[in-house]
Design a binder for this molecule. Sequence first.
Ligand code: SF4
Length: 191
Amino acid sequence: MAMKDVPDNVFMTSLDAAASWARSNSLWPMPFATACCGIELMATASSRFDLARFGAEVMRFSPRQCDLMIVAGRVAMKMLPVLQRIWLQMPEPKWCISMGACACTGGVFDTYAVVQGVDRFIPVDLYVPGCPPRPEQLMAGIIALQDKIKNGGTLNGTEFGKRTQPTGPAPFDLDELIRIREANEKLVALN
Ligand code: SF4
């Protein structure tokens, strides 16, 4: 059949483009809300802002049913294994939005007890800045992520083949630990 014979109501595309389009418009978020940013995340789903308009309002509380992790709020070091476990339990293809200054960088909590950016431990696709970001900002982030998914090609997994799993700062090796302990002992002896 020549192209001129194709009726006007027939739409042709590649399977990969169709799959990416469908996935981008049916994101199911997993809310990982630990602090104040979580309130803005809840507001985003409310009737005033209505995230449903963009097909991403079906919040799930089982990682097995989600394909979009939204980390909203600061993450304590103690919570990190939980965050990583939930991320690993989500099936591919999956994406991650880091929402707010705390999730992106630790924010004002520049301490050893708070994760200084969740991207050191899980792959982040999109950052939403602010303290807290307004719901409109989160929605703009979700729309930007949808564009990225549409243009990425999710069927053959090329996007995910390049993805690396950050592991965070390497633990001290034994020599370093001994050096620190000896330096501390010298300090104590001096005092
Ligand atoms: S970025 Fe600001 S609003 Fe969000 S969790 Fe941190 S302190 Fe709270």
